[in-house]
Write a protein that binds this ligand. Structure first.
Ligand SMILES: [Zn+2]
Length: 196
């Protein structure tokens, strides 16, 4: 594969970027001054090197633990469980939630070969077992696999001394929390329901 073809193929793997867009981006890059392209390459390389999942919550961070886990003003007794790191910012910006997070790093999807061991569910159970957590809010996406994931986690936490809640219904089914409007998300969090 030649260099142009290789770049198109890599760019086309990114979410929301089809082959056409990948081609357009590639030819755009080739028309930029070399320093510009080098700068982009070095930023990409350093992101890969410097950004890691937080040891406690799984959020992406350059420092361990992340700024949310380190913030003494946040409520440690509340844990909001989300599928992806990108959802942490969305919940934080659009709601008044000021507890801690737990990022699973995906959702249960046996058909795609994603079992519980591929997610940070063990670490979640461990965090609850360590004590001090009063409530676990399951904020997985309002989709089939999001529901399955929430139910599985609820079962893992059954019998432990912790309240387990799920975002209120009314979120568009099949959706992704990242694209839900802030008011709807804030309402769903406020009106969260007890499970079990
Ligand atoms: Zn963290």
């Amino acid at each position: 594969m030649n260099a142009i073809e290789e770049l198109i193929t890599e760019l086309a793997k990114l979410p929301g970027i089809g082959r056409k867009t990948a081609q357009r981006l590639t030819f755009h890059l080739l028309q930029q001054p070399p320093q510009q392209v080098e700068r982009l390459a070095s930023v990409l390389a350093s992101v890969g090197e410097r950004v890691r999942p937080c040891v406690d919550c799984g959020n992406l961070t350059e420092e361990q633990p992340c700024s949310i886990c380190r913030d003494p003003r946040r409520d440690r007794t509340l844990l909001c469980v989300v599928e992806e790191p990108s959802t942490v910012g969305v919940v934080d910006r659009s709601t008044d939630f000021r507890g801690h997070y737990h990022v699973l790093g995906g959702r249960l999807s046996p058909l795609d070969g994603v079992g519980p061991e591929a997610l940070r569910i063990d670490r979640l159970v461990q965090r609850v077992r360590e004590g001090g957590v009063r409530e676990v809010i399951l904020a997985t996406n309002p989709s089939m696999v999001g529901e399955v994931t929430a139910t599985y986690i609820q079962q893992q936490l059954a019998g432990m001394d912790v309240r387990v809640t799920r975002l209120a219904r009314g979120l568009p089914m099949g959706g992704d929390l990242e694209y839900v409007d802030g008011v709807t998300l804030a309402h769903a969090l406020f009106a969260r329901q007890d499970l079990g």
